[in-house]
Design a binder for this molecule. Sequence first.
Ligand SMILES: [Zn+2]
Length: 112
Amino acid sequence: MGRLTETEKAQLLEEMWDTKKVILVCGRHKIAPGPDHDSPKPFSGCRDCWQVYWTRTVARIPPGERREWLEKIWATLRVMTEMVEKGTWDYQPFAHPKVLEKDDGNGDVSDD
Ligand SMILES: [Zn+2]
């Protein structure tokens, strides 16, 4: 990330004090990994980095598109699992992952 302009600095400071806004960061690495090309990438094997990454990713998906995206995420997880099993990726998966999914009957998926 390059230097911030004065306008960008003011905008960031304003956002920091917005009580309706939540900023997720990895407590260990002090970064906010996300899907944007200019977002920092999660540290391999860091549970908190990946939690922030996926939370930010899912939060951006419009409710009506969540089913399609969830299927894409499942496909990605299958590929990741295969890579770990083949030893071609150094990511350390959780020994007992817990994935929650709730379908509200309208084709939307949420975790509440
Ligand atoms: Zn981390």
